[in-house]
Design a protein around this ligand. Sequence first.
Ligand code: SF4
Ligand code: SF4
Length: 466
Amino acid sequence: MTTKGDAGAVAPASESYYVAHQKIYPREVSGRFQRLRTAAVWILLGLYYLLPWINLHCRQSVLFDLRARQFYIFEMVLWPQDFIFLTWLLVLAGLSLFFFTAVAGRLWCAYACPQTVWTEVFLWLERLAEGGRARRLKLDAAPWSASKLARKGGKQLLWITFALWTGFTFVGYFSPIRDLGLRVLQFELGPWETFWSLFYGFATYGNAGLLREQVCKYMCPYARFQGAMFDKDTLIITYDAGRGEPRGARRRGADAKATGLGDCVDCRACVQVCPTGIDIRKGLQYECIACAACVDACDEVMDRVGMPRGLVRYTTQHALDHKTTHVLRPRIIVYGSLLALLFVGFIVALALRKPVGLDVIRDRNALYRLLDDGRIENVYTVKILNKSERAHEFTLTVHGDGEYSIDPLVPRYSVAPGSVYPAILRVRRPAWGSVSGSGTIRFEVVAEDDPRIHAAHEARFLAPAQ
Ligand code: SF4
Ligand code: SF4
């Protein structure tokens, strides 16, 4: 009996499409790329865990206050009206991913992806509790004993504590973290804060502790489509088969030429350090996250056997084929130019962003009112948004074709930092003046202490047709 696969290939019924998961025990590695990865872990996780504890202007420096609909990012306060910047930032991030992938392959996966970064820490905690690769293999194969229980339990304790701290920090970006910490100590955490702390902690534990390389292999969409951004000039990690083959073990100091062997001593160090469990000598595989652990491992071996480094290295397909590598090519120029344009636009738009916003809504219950003194009156709801970090006194004026007057006569509003001031304003115009019918009027607010802080809004003034 036979079965048909997705691709239409006929497979014997006994052949299973399900491959049982094999636990990977990556060996510890040292070297220049490992040092780079460690530095990335310290910097990125250091920022993640420390940022919410840093205060600025008596408030948390980075806080996404969903309830107040305000995002605080250092000196900047973003309002719902500013969400274009967030969209802009996401587009920039997406384009950067395209650009850097086309130039240097899976840089993101290797050094900055949260999955890689947190997995490094979970691996480190695992080594702390259970020891290096050989000891872990032995421990897993050994029957349960008090010592095995203590080591496995110790690892779980470290993992769970770290995961919970991660979940707590995540919620600390949305709810002031110092207050949150106090409430955790007093067991007074709200239901949503509890849920998200546990959820994010559990997700970290599951992804970085249990699933690890399976997230990259089977769950990450980027791993699937990044191949489409590669070309023969993209930097990849590869094994130099021309130099390494035929591979084989040899006696120390033996002349490789005389034995007819290539430079690969078939020690499998590159396989043992691989966090996704692949053999780079089989060529570029989508499972490879370009972490360069195999580069460090092979360099160490080459140093030991007295051969030049770089049997496994960062290179391009063109370089391997002894052709010229082109750094500047059409897709790099297009991605690079777009990225530069968007980045400059983002910085300029941020710099020109106004610290005050003005919103004017005409009272929709009445078109207009004819007053006893013969004037026409329209009523508006005015909202002044003080997006800055200081309180300001704002003066409001109204301009348009005709003699407009307002009530209150000199509208002054004191608006606290990061708040909205709603006010009712009556605008009047003589019915007998030089202007007749409806028209457009312009509302303007100016901060009394700094005329550069101003905003304007146009609205319709309705009047009977003459
Ligand atoms: S093959 Fe090398 S670069 Fe790729 S994931 Fe494995 S160790 Fe990292
Ligand atoms: S580490 Fe280098 S020498 Fe050892 S098996 Fe891998 S490629 Fe060959």
